[in-house]
Design a protein around this ligand. Sequence first.
Ligand code: FEO
Length: 169
Amino acid sequence: MLDTRMEEAINRQINAEIYSGYLYLSMAAQFAELGMAGGQNWMTVQYQEELSHAQKLFDYVIERGGRVTLGPIEGPQTEWKTGLDMFEEAYAHEQKVTGLINDLTTLAIDLKDHATHNFLQWFIAEQVEEEATASDMVQKFTMAGEHPAGMYQLDKELAARVFTPPAAE
Ligand code: FEO
């Protein structure tokens, strides 16, 4: 059985993951507006990934006999000027999410909840990847700068990303 404090904290994380998805879906819309189909695809895949993170937490709460309570999702920003602006925000956002996962892990340790501590290791590793990917994209967009040829190549690269459900990884 999950401690109520752990249950509430994981419920808040479900909300945070869905918000992350919402944020990236908003960025997908902005990439579409900028005429960058690759960027739109990349952000749509990221949106799907975030929903899968929320689902993983959801399933865990149920599996532990807890109660899932879904709250309202905050509206994301809807306008960015450039792809670089979006990835800089994505990088900052992922750093924030890492902080949330670390707080959840600290709570699991404080509550001596070894099962949740073990479960959260997947998210800890995932956040290392999430931060590295976003940081890499910031670098690529910075290098491409305002050069149309560089941006065209980069957009083609972003178009190749496909969603892989976590269970199949
Ligand atoms: Fe669910 Fe982007 O971390």
